[in-house]
Write a protein that binds this ligand. Structure first.
Ligand SMILES: [Zn+2]
Length: 382
């Protein structure tokens, strides 16, 4: 993992490189970023740079013995720790092969993805006291090959017993063995013990810019520029989401939304019901995401309504449908639709029956459009 494999974020990279090159490296870092911000990848690139035998000005060399091993997550001095399912094991090392494979396949991996790999179902992952004691034991050993020993601990918010397990590590975090560097990577700093935060050098990882996401998807994922642009806009800075959006849907969310609106505008119920069933088939997480994306898409139509020269951030031509739909809706209608989409996304997250929820939502959206139609007619008549 070289810094160059992470789009953008030059400031963070420069800061980390300067720290290492200055020789005044704090022994404990806390990398904090939202899911999909490349927080784990940044930690691994940092570890690789630190351990590289032939560091460049801006990046690790990528070819020395150390880089090759870090890149495959198989360096004996790179220690890795992450949440596992208590019922199966207390130790990350028992799942190292799966974790390695998952991260190498998608370095923007989230905890939800990882729990799916572990087939956790409804169980939550944890980092146990036994794992913390093992970390201390392992890091107390002499390093094998490298001058440095590095621990990347992913998601300390999953320390068991409400974070208290982190206490086991505290003393070690304060005074680790020489040449030991610890990088905690978190998505939820507010869930960490204050005593850990106060001992760490905090590195904020910003969200990705739309441009960074779309060019990454076009080059790495071989996604068409239009599709990449749409995924970037809808993913809201989250690369993991963007990768999924651009790969697993045959029909783009904007196309789905437009089809939905056409069905809502007609008075026939059966097609609307069929469409709701089809959407329900997406599964809870993706469905919730889709509804939130619809809010973003609707916002674009609203912008076009008030600013005719607005260039929509959803791909494709300004079709007849788009032009007409944008001129048809107004703020009142959009506000109502936002609220209904938002409520439905919330209910679906709360395990409401997706098919029923979606059909009711479709009817509510249709009512908003009908009311809008009525207002228009009245406006014309008066
Ligand atoms: Zn190297």
């Amino acid at each position: 993992m070289q810094f160059s494999s992470i789009p953008g974020k030059r400031e963070v990279k420069d800061h980390l490189i300067t720290e290492i090159r200055s020789g005044r490296l704090p022994h404990l870092h806390l990398f904090h970023g939202r899911e999909g911000s490349g927080e784990l990848l940044m930690a691994l690139a940092f570890a690789q740079y630190l351990m590289c035998e032939n560091r460049g000005e801006e990046d690790s060399c990528g070819t020395c013995g150390s880089c090759v091993k870090v890149q495959t997550l198989a360096h004996p001095d790179l220690h890795l720790s992450f949440p596992v399912i208590k019922e199966k094991t207390a130790f990350s090392s028992d799942h190292m092969a799966e974790w390695r494979e998952a991260v190498l396949e998608n370095p923007f991996l989230t905890n939800t993805d990882w729990m799916r790999v572990l087939k956790a179902e409804n169980k939550q992952g944890i980092i146990s006291s036994d794992e913390c004691r093992k970390i201390i034991r392992d890091l107390t050993l002499k390093s094998f090959e490298n001058e440095h020993k590095v621990l990347v601990l992913w998601l300390p918010e999953y320390f068991s017993r409400g974070g208290q397990t982190g206490n086991t590590l505290l003393k070690f975090l304060e005074e680790p063995t020489p040449n030991t560097h610890i990088i905690l990577v978190t998505n939820a700093m507010d869930q960490l013990l204050a005593t850990i935060i106060s001992r760490a050098q905090i590195v904020q990882i910003p969200d990705f810019e739309d441009e960074e996401i779309s060019s990454y998807l076009s080059t790495v994922g071989e996604v068409s520029p239009d599709r990449a642009k749409e995924a970037a806009f809808l993913a809201d800075g989250n690369m993991n989401k963007a990768i999924k959006l651009s790969s697993d849907q045959e029909v783009s969310p904007a196309q789905q939304f437009e089809r939905w609106m056409s069905l809502c505008k007609s008075s026939k119920n059966q097609p609307l019901m069929d469409f709701s069933d089809e959407l329900a088939g997406l599964g809870r997480e993706r469905l919730k995401d889709f509804l939130i994306q619809c809010i973003g898409i609707l916002r674009e139509f609203n912008a076009l309504h008030y600013v005719p020269e607005h260039r929509m951030r959803i791909p494709g031509e300004l079709t007849d449908f788009r032009r007409k739909f944008a001129s048809f809706i107004d703020h009142e209608c959009v506000a109502e639709m936002y609220e209904n989409l938002n409520d439905a996304a919330y209910h679906i997250g709360q395990y409401a029956n997706a098919r029923i929820e979606l059909f009711q939502l479709s009817l509510a959206l249709r009512r908003s459009l009908q009311k809008q139609n009525h207002r228009k007619k009245q406006g014309v008549a008066s």
